[in-house]
Design a protein. Structure first.
Length: 272
């Protein structure tokens, strides 16, 4: 067998077809926007990502699947302008709220999808294009080509390593098989087939996570499992309760065995 005979795109599609979780729709993200914003706007993930980002003050940045501005808001303090694109109106509303609170007026939000015609939307080429934890697309190769075409200097992609944000022990606890689907290694190899030799760094988040209430912790775990049965709901609740404790500020802390891991894949588009 030769490396060049491997059809990474087809393997990615097959692996994706077998994953245990369903692709979320924009209305699913709308429902999650407020809690996602609350937990992510000051997440240690941001500092880890920013430590790798090479940007210049006069550059512009396109953030695809920006969510509530996890990265768009802090980055806007370091560059001339940020365009935040997301198909969830509620996520963009959270972003606008966060930008206002941070006193940033150099972020434009665009409610659009990966698959929309960005040219027709008048989306200009930026120096840097980012897609962080937002690569849930039907055509990964096409999405990567799109990012590459929209970035004059560099592209940064954050993709899952193995289970990514999912907690595999939860699936074992509720008695479900868990198939995470394709992770960053497919992305890296698809890029290679496009002639793009990307760099990879790994971002590991903490095993413990804080929630304002027990219900929010439960909600965040329910998000991982589609079509929960009442028996599974009982097991999920028992799993979460067994790992939750209240810290001295009254917040709820949940400790899991496997911390979420992400791959930061990045490359220059200008040959530097
Ligand atoms: C996990 S959040 C990531 C947000 C942010 N980039 C971060 O790293 O915290 C995924 C975001 O991608 C958006 N998204 C998912 N699929 C999308 C699509 N097809 N087009 C546009 N946005 C999409 C969702 O609405 C959501 O805001």
């Amino acid at each position: 067998m030769r490396y060049h005979d491997i059809d990474w795109d087809e393997m990615w599609r097959q692996s994706r077809a077998n994953k245990s979780w369903k692709k979320k729709k924009s209305c699913d993200w709308d429902r999650r926007a407020a809690s996602f914003a609350e937990r992510n706007l000051d997440s240690p993930f941001v500092a880890q990502f920013l430590a790798h980002l090479q940007i210049e003050p006069e550059w512009t940045v396109l953030d695809v699947g920006s969510g509530p501005g996890t990265l768009a808001i802090p980055i806007s303090g370091q560059v001339r302008h940020v365009t935040a694109l997301d198909y969830s109106a509620a996520m963009l509303a959270e972003l606008n709220k966060g930008a206002q609170a941070a006193g940033r007026d150099n972020i434009t939000t665009v409610q659009a999808s990966w698959t929309d015609d960005w040219q027709a939307l008048g989306l200009a080429r930026h120096e840097v294009a980012i897609a962080s934890r937002s690569l849930s697309v039907e055509d990964l190769r096409g999405a990567l080509q799109k990012l590459n075409a929209w970035a004059g200097k560099a592209v940064y992609v954050v993709d899952r390593v193995g289970a990514g944000p999912f907690d595999p022990d939860l699936f074992a606890a509720i008695g479900r098989n868990f198939e995470p689907g394709p992770d960053y290694i497919f992305t890296l190899n698809i890029l290679y087939t496009l002639g793009i030799h990307a760099k990879v760094d790994f971002l590991t988040l903490e095993s413990s996570r804080t929630y304002p209430s027990r219900e929010e912790a439960l909600q965040s775990y329910r998000w991982m499992v589609d079509d929960l049965t009442s028996k599974e709901e009982e097991r999920l609740t028992a799993y979460v309760d067994a790992r939750l404790s209240r810290d001295n500020t009254g917040a709820w802390q949940l400790i899991r065995q496997t911390p979420p891991r992400w791959a930061l894949i990045w490359w220059r588009t200008d040959g530097v």
